[in-house]
Every structure is written in structure tokens, then in C-alpha cells.
Design a protein. Structure first.
Length: 227
């Protein structure tokens, strides 16, 4: 079992890779919003990524940013564990950042200024389908994953079971309470990742009971991280 290092604040995939002496050839980023991480990826030397955003109006901003960085590909899609299912996607008033398929739980009390202002009917897809639709020569560079989907992270993972074997590291937004009603809990995600060959090595949970967890493929973890 790996030792878990507690973060004092939010980190990023490049900084965590650097901290653990790891690298990656490409990132699958689900819940990319406007693609603000792309510039940091590029500075770190990550020249290729798939950037997935569900909200069409925010996706336009993602497209514009990605166009400045060849190799970083934007895709507009609502990702869960099902293909072709029509779902209600709730659009939040904070530039779409808190948008989710789930109703607010404790989020409503913690951030009363944030609310849903629109409902969209979107059809779902899965990570496995997205990856299978990529040209064969483009699939192999994806070795890391970021998931930030406001409560639906476990659904995203369950729709990526054919893709996960090629993933070395994953940075996942997690919740230690019902931030979104019906959303995945931290222990559920940790159990899923452990069963799929990953160890939790870094985590941060803020005062509002949500944060992030960094998982590394078990065989990549050096002895200095093991108990």
C-alpha cells in the first residue's frame, strides 16, 4: 500500500508528475472547461492531449484556446458510463464551472452565489467510445487522465474500462460528502482505482469537502513511496 501525501492546496498534473519523477506523452482531460490547463501542459512538455467539455458555449472557448496549441484536440461531449443516453445537464452561472448532471447537495449551502440557470438535453458517450473513434496512430500517446466532472467522475471511470489499462496516472476530482446529490464519493473512486491497479499517492480535500486525488499505476511507484 502506498503512503498518501496530503496536499496543502490544489495542485496540477504537471506539478504532480514532476514531484514523483514521472512523465507522460499525452493527457485525456475530461471536464476541460475552457482549456486553461493546456498552457501549463505545453510548458511541461506535454504536447498532446484530448480535451473534453460538455457545455457547448464553454466548448467554443476551449476550441479557441486549443487552436493555439497544435496537438491538443478539443471534443464536445457529455461523458458517462453509457452511450447514447439523453440526460439533463444543469448549467451553472459561474462560467459553467459547477455544471453537472447532478443536483446540488452541500454545494448549495457552501456557495449560495452559484446556481443553475439552464437545463440542456445532451446525449452521452463514453471514454472508451471516444478513444476507439480516434485514429489508431493517435490512441497510444494517452498515458494520463484528468477527470473533473462535478460528481460524475465514477461514471466516467466506469465508461473507460478498456482505456484504463494504458493509463499510468490519474488526477481525479473527489468529494468526501454529498457536494452533488448522488455524486460519487471519495472512497468509491479509491476502491475502483485500487481494483484497477492504481495506488492513491496524493490527496487534498478542502473545507467544503471536495478536492482532488492523484493515483499512480502500482508498478510505477518507487520503493520510497511504499510502507
Amino acid at each position: 500500500m502506498s503512503a498518501v501525501h496530503r496536499l496543502a492546496a490544489f495542485s496540477s498534473l504537471p506539478r504532480l508528475l514532476r514531484s514523483f519523477g514521472l512523465s507522460t506523452t499525452g493527457v485525456l482531460h475530461v471536464g476541460a472547461n475552457d482549456g486553461s490547463e493546456i498552457e501549463e501542459y505545453a510548458r511541461f512538455g506535454i504536447t498532446r492531449s484530448i480535451q473534453i467539455e460538455a457545455l457547448p458555449i464553454v466548448y467554443q472557448k476551449l476550441q479557441a484556446r486549443a487552436a493555439q496549441y497544435p496537438g491538443h484536440t478539443p471534443i464536445c461531449a457529455l461523458v458517462t458510463d453509457q452511450e447514447g443516453q439523453e440526460m439533463t445537464f444543469n448549467v451553472a452561472n459561474n462560467r459553467g464551472e459547477s455544471s453537472s448532471i447532478f443536483a446540488f447537495g452541500s454545494h448549495k449551502g457552501s456557495h449560495p452565489e452559484v446556481g443553475y440557470v439552464q437545463e440542456l438535453k445532451l446525449r452521452t458517450t463514453t471514454i472508451d467510445r471516444i478513444m476507439e473513434d480516434l485514429p489508431a496512430e493517435d490512441r497510444g500517446y494517452i498515458k494520463s487522465m484528468c477527470i473533473d466532472t462535478q460528481g460524475s467522475e465514477l461514471l466516467v471511470l466506469r465508461g473507460a474500462t478498456r482505456t484504463l489499462p494504458q493509463i499510468d496516472v490519474a488526477l481525479i476530482e473527489v468529494s468526501d460528502g454529498q457536494v452533488y446529490s448522488g455524486g460519487a464519493q471519495f472512497d468509491e473512486i479509491q476502491t475502483f482505482m485500487t481494483e484497477n491497479g492504481f495506488d492513491l499517492v496524493y490527496t487534498f480535500i478542502n473545507a467544503f469537502n471536495w478536492g482532488e486525488a492523484f493515483f499512480v499505476r502500482r508498478h510505477l511507484i518507487g520503493g520510497h513511496l511504499r510502507r
